[in-house]
Design a protein around this ligand. Structure first.
Ligand code: 2HG
Ligand code: ZN
Length: 448
């Protein structure tokens, strides 16, 4: 280890090799507080060439490497266990925005918010947005195939990628930047590395496509009687709102937690069970279109905003869920996808099963109903007890759903991968891993 640390220090410079426990600490615990680990050191390369040299050295020493971006993952995928943490935070350069092509190249450590601000200044937008925009990085978002708030309009991270540059476990640099929007020349590495959770290679740069900015946005918070109404309305809005930009769901329980933690007064005079947050964006004002689509019997009450302050006030109810829940305790976070028609039966059954196993647990559901994606947050469980996690995954599987919608498999869900993927598929994944990383040094405890 001493020789390896010396080599790493020579590559990145001593000030970018962190070995002291107090400097390593923030890289060893995840943002949920559920996962803690130990890093031999944190190494912070500033270039692809340095990343390559770091990996070659670790490979020669057969030392595990955990790539880490903003450390905002929820499945323990970037928490080290006796490994070197390769932090991408100094890989933070953004190319000038190519407005003619509507494209940009971002290094892995560029934070989403920085990319968004640069796009905005150029009259463009990046298709992926999410509450963790201040910490999430492009490399982490590629590696987890991040989704977020606008998947129903622009697709998830995979749909935004034109090209990647990455480094294999032994230090070999590969990939093509700039890439091309159309390029059918065999296996598609950007696609393969998206969602690979740093197990095949370390992504160092991504060539991303951008979209024209839509100057008119309006947002509505809708109060509904139940989840059945939410499903009916979701299907209706999808068909009748071509400008639909986001369609989110949460429930009374989450709303009360947010209200309490942030001292917000409730948005409606009456209590309701289910809430939808609907956003439309277009080149002309979509308000009339939204208002027409909302004249439905399912809508019990509604608050609409067109200005940024009012819209932000409505979004807070949804975006503040994660922080408000975290303020109560360390939640189990189960990010799942389901066919839309199964939402009512699943939500009833999941509450029932959790109460049967852990009567004192508190279950808060919220998520991206427009994408069939629910975040099942459960408070009051011990961090290591997987009984309920497993019961929920089995339930999801029985409805034909996925045990991970947008946060990856990480460590938490690794034992349950076969609930969603066939043994033939997992065996192919293992063979691919073997080709890219024959000594298994890249994020060895994640995914497979
Ligand atoms: C969101 O949609 C994020 O807000 C976080 O994916 C989900 O905290 C969670 O469980
Ligand atoms: Zn989400």
């Amino acid at each position: 280890m001493h020789t390896l640390l010396q080599t790493l220090s020579d590559i990145v410079g001593p000030s970018h090799l962190l070995t002291a426990p107090e400097l390593r600490a923030r890289y060893e615990t995840d943002c949920t507080g559920r996962y803690h680990g130990h890093a031999h050191c944190v190494v912070r390369p500033a270039t692809t060439a340095q990343t390559s040299a770091v990996l070659a050295a670790c490979h020669a020493h057969r030392c595990p490497v955990v790539p880490q971006g903003g450390n905002s993952g929820l499945v323990g995928g970037a928490v080290p266990h006796d490994a070197v943490v390769l932090s991408t935070e100094r890989l933070n350069r953004l190319s000038p925005i190519d407005t003619a092509a509507a494209e940009v190249v971002a290094e892995a450590g560029v934070r989403l918010e920085i990319l968004q601000n640069a796009c905005q200044a150029a009259g463009l937008v990046f298709g992926v947005d999410m509450a963790s925009r201040g910490s999430a990085t492009i490399g982490g978002m590629v590696s987890t195939n991040a989704g977020g708030l606008h998947v129903l309009r622009y697709g998830s991270m995979r749909a935004q990628i034109i090209g990647v540059e990455a480094v294999q476990a032994d230090g070999t640099i590969f990939g093509k930047i700039p890439g091309l929007r159309k390029d059918n020349t065999g296996y598609n590495f950007p696609s393969l590395l998206t969602g690979a959770e740093g197990t095949l290679a370390v992504v160092t740069r991504a060539h991303l496509l951008l979209h024209p900015a839509l100057p008119h946005t309006c947002t509505a918070l809708l109060a509904l009687a139940d989840i059945e109404s939410a499903v009916i309305l979701t299907a209706h809005l999808r068909l009748h709102l071509p400008s639909l930009h986001a369609l989110e769901i949460f429930f009374a329980e989450g709303m009360h937690i947010v209200a309490e933690h942030f001292q917000q007064s409730l948005p409606f005079p009456e209590e309701h069970s289910t809430y939808l947050l609907v956003e439309c964006a277009d080149t002309t004002n979509p308000l009339a279109q939204l208002a027409a689509a909302l004249t439905r019997p399912e809508v019990q009450d509604a608050a609409v905003a067109e200005d940024s302050v009012g819209r932000e006030r409505l979004w807070r109810w949804r975006e503040r869920h994660t922080e408000a829940i975290r303020s109560i305790g360390i939640p189990h976070k189960l990010d799942i996808a389901l066919p839309l028609r199964s939402f009512p039966a699943f939500t009833r059954e999941v509450h029932r099963q959790i109460i049967d196993i852990a009567p004192h647990a508190q279950t808060i559901l919220f998520g991206h109903i427009g994408d069939g994606n629910l975040h099942v947050n459960i408070l009051g469980l011990s961090p290591d007890d997987m009984t309920i996690d497993e019961a929920v995954f089995r339930l999801v599987s029985s409805y034909g759903g996925s045990i991970s919608a947008e946060h990856g498999i990480g460590k938490t869900k690794r034992p349950y991968l076969l609930l969603h993927r066939s043994s033939e598929e997992v065996s192919l994944m293992r063979q691919m891993k073997e080709v890219f990383d024959p000594h298994g040094i890249l994020n060895p405890e994640v995914l497979l």
